[in-house]
Design a binder for this molecule. Structure first.
Ligand SMILES: [Ca+2]
Length: 470
């Protein structure tokens, strides 16, 4: 190619680059939604036609994870990790010590808007977003009558009033009003955080989608009771059903949980319809994810206070300009890598304290890898490491170790820790886990000073579950 021609092509490329404004972001975040609850990604029972639409137009991650929790209310650390880009051992749960990613988007010229659940304290919503509506900043509530606030231009929140609709519907309405007010000339960042499908699993009576308790399948790793004391056996979430967990009770819970997900899916569809009909449809990145999975009978557990895949893995779908369409990826990443990735796609410099890694190469080519291994923790009682195939979970307080081959046993039903041929692997993984924890500032020991009995029996008298912001 002649030099003048190359010069002209370069000039044209620069011109095109300048003419296209940075992409908008619509981030939809569910609460306690398992990764295996999307029809297009392999669940044959659930109805999620709108998430399926999103799957068709983007990249879906099968191995995106919450890193764990430092309290039973894993919502709080998970959202702090997501919004700050920091790891579990390094977060400020009130989000006041670090510059958040939404704040960085605002500083870079984006209009920023939030609606729905905010569980990191009112001061940090004001610090993170320019506008906010239908905010739910309390603990748990019936979503049909949840207290909500709006952010005033002064930055103050209005006194809470009871939401006129189901909280997820109301926060979607407010997000739609914001989206309709945008013409695409100035980029925007929208964060819609549902408080569902977290329990209580309540949707409007007239919502037509229902699931049959008689035919809904249990997860392949259903158990009536967890086989040993994992250090968090009677936390509030575990008290939602009695022990031993009965098949019928878990199926009833799953049916209500799936119905709630279908209700959320309808809200996702309303968002997609408005974006699709807008002048900025082609220049908008849509993200769907959740703050954690949840057990719902898997391994005899109900909540998300464990390091099994069902609790840590989250749905993650990204679609938009520069992102491959209708592709799946097994690349491993943390939720706190998502904002750095969006920052890269939008040309936003990372806040200096953000530790997450961007994985835009996976969005272009889903065969690429992201992180080579992941480390997880739940308080001081559970720590884990995976390289994608092998997963080790350590329970220091009862001196128990589990080893799973996720390739052969994705449901973590066969603990290989007793197999002599795995002894060397376990030793290596424990050494690596200890080194990675140290590097990340997690000082918890992998062997407790006092070992407790692993055997566990349901207590005769339960502790009060409490109502802290789960
Ligand atoms: Ca949650």
């Amino acid at each position: 190619m002649s030099l003048p021609r190359l010069y002209l092509i370069c000039l044209f490329a620069i011109f095109i680059g300048m003419a296209v404004p940075p992409p908008n972001v619509v981030f939809i975040f569910a609460d306690d939604q398992r990764a295996d609850t999307i029809a297009a990604l392999g669940n044959p029972i659930i109805k999620t036609p709108n998430l399926d639409r999103l799957v068709k137009r983007g990249v879906s991650f099968s191995r995106a994870y919450m890193q764990g929790g430092n309290q039973g209310a894993t919502c709080v650390p998970s959202r702090a990790m997501l919004l700050s880009g920091r790891s579990l051992a390094q977060i400020d749960e009130r989000l006041m010590k670090h510059v958040t990613w939404p704040h960085a988007f605002g500083e870079a010229g984006y209009t920023t808007f939030a609606a729905g659940k905010w569980h990191n304290g009112p001061p940090s919503i004001v610090k993170s977003f320019q506008q906010a509506k239908a905010l739910f900043v309390g603990g748990m509530a019936d979503p049909m009558k949840a207290p909500i606030s709006d952010m005033l231009p002064s930055g103050k929140l209005t006194p809470p009033k009871i939401s006129p609709k189901h909280l997820c519907e109301q926060s979607t309405d407010e997000t739609l009003a914001f989206l309709r007010s945008q013409d695409g000339t100035k980029p925007f960042f929208t964060y819609l955080a549902f408080d569902g499908p977290h329990d209580p699993h309540i949707v409007p009576d007239d919502f037509p989608v229902k699931y049959d308790i008689a035919t809904i399948p249990l997860s392949p790793n259903f158990l009536p009771q967890h086989p040993f004391d994992n250090g968090e056996m009677v936390v509030r979430d575990e008290q939602l059903l009695p022990w031993p967990r009965s098949e019928v009770a878990v199926k009833a819970m799953l049916a209500a949980y799936y119905r709630y997900i279908s209700f959320l899916d309808m809200q996702v569809g309303r968002i997609l319809d408005v974006v699709d009909a807008s002048p900025y449809a082609a220049n908008t990145i849509i993200v769907f994810s959740a703050d954690s999975g949840v057990a719902r009978g898997s391994h005899g557990l109900i909540g998300k206070q464990s390091l099994y895949e069902h609790s840590l893995r989250v749905p993650l779908i990204l679609a938009g300009p520069g992102i491959a369409a209708d592709r799946r990826t097994d690349a491993m990443c943390y939720l706190f890598d998502v904002m750095p990735t969006l920052g890269k796609l939008c040309g936003i410099a990372a806040p200096k304290d953000s530790q997450g890694r961007e994985f835009t190469s996976v969005l272009r080519d889903p065969a690429q890898a992201a992180r080579p291994f992941l480390m997880f923790g739940y308080k001081s009682v559970q720590k884990a490491l995976t390289d994608g195939r092998w997963k080790l979970i350590r329970y220091p307080h009862v001196d128990r170790t589990q080893l799973f081959d996720l390739q052969a046993d994705p449901y973590e039903t066969k603990d290989l820790s007793g197999a002599p041929e795995q002894a060397e692997r376990i030793k290596e993984m424990l050494t690596k886990l200890a080194a990675e924890m140290k590097a990340d500032g997690d000082d918890d020991p992998l062997t407790a000073a006092k070992i407790q009995p692993a055997e566990w029996k349901p207590p005769v008298k339960l502790p009060k579950p409490g109502q802290k912001g789960f």
